[in-house]
Write a protein that binds this ligand. Structure first.
Ligand SMILES: [Zn+2]
Length: 274
């Protein structure tokens, strides 16, 4: 599932290629992916507009258009963005094709869970609530001790669940939360209010580190995530716990455990994480 580093990679790859290009044509191959407005008006509203910039907020990719319009793309579980030459026929699983001046921008999504929104100015559609209530991203300078401490110190929930909460840790998902907890030496099952001040500091540093390293390595390709040229990211080669259940811990040799927390699978080292 694309998290902050994967979406950031896509943003960085798309920006130099599509910025300042005009949307010449728009083809919706699967109307369900257009969440707002109605698919019938989506294309009409964007054809002729220029892509002023490509940005990102948490796990959302944003195409900023002329006239203050924004296309917000939520890749969810298996969505990817790809660039293709103009004459290439869309392959299976392509759900939306934006024809630009010298290339095509494709939204591919095998499971059809990803969603695309077109917002005008200050529009706030009710099916995009999560976007407007996002908390801080751990890579921002606002994500500091005071911030995280205030979010966790009165909470009895398990720390792992709070790291997945987009109102607290915007952009973090299952991969980077497991990796950050491992690096901080904190067991994911711990109750948040029992996390010490020292551990909070370590957790903040670990979150920042794993996300920055994920970005530097072009994201983690463990299932569907691919870069915009179809290649894999690299960070799967540097994971300590995610996807490594039943394998020995890279530091101490103890077998990595897999456990469900809520409905999410969590991996941790029973020895390194207290
Ligand atoms: Zn270990």
């Amino acid at each position: 599932m694309p998290e902050l580093p994967e979406v950031e990679t896509i943003k960085r790859e798309l920006r130099p290629r599509i910025r300042n290009q005009r949307i010449v044509d728009c083809t919706i191959l699967r109307p369900d992916v257009i969440a707002h407005p109605r698919p019938s008006s989506f294309c009409r509203e964007i054809i002729g507009e220029k892509i002023r910039d490509v940005t990102r907020k948490a796990k959302y990719l944003i195409l900023e258009l002329s006239n203050g319009k924004r296309i917000i793309i939520h890749l969810r579980l298996s969505g990817t963005m790809a660039l293709a030459p103009i004459d290439v026929e869309p392959e299976k699983f392509t759900r939306l094709v934006l024809r630009l001046e010298d290339c095509q921008l494709l939204f591919k999504e095998p499971r059809v869970l990803g969603r695309i929104y077109l917002l005008k100015n200050r529009e706030k559609p009710s099916n995009l609530k999560g976007y407007f209530s996002l908390g801080c991203e751990p890579i921002s300078s606002d994500f500091d001790f005071t911030y995280l401490r205030s979010k966790i110190k009165h909470r009895k929930a398990r720390i792992k669940s709070l790291l997945l909460d987009q109102n607290i840790c915007a952009g973090v998902g299952n991969i980077y939360s497991d990796e950050a907890l491992y690096r901080a030496g904190i067991r994911p099952l711990r109750r948040a209010h029992r996390i010490t001040k020292q551990e909070t500091t370590r957790l903040i540093e670990s979150l920042k580190d794993v996300l920055h390293e994920g970005i530097a390595n072009f994201g983690t390709s463990v299932s569907d995530y691919r870069r915009t040229d179809g290649k894999d990211g690299n960070f799967q080669n540097f994971l300590y716990v995610y996807g490594r259940e039943d394998e020995p811990c890279r530091k101490c040799g103890t077998i990595i455990k897999l456990q469900k927390i809520g409905n999410r699978s969590t991996r941790y080292c029973p020895k390194c994480q207290k």
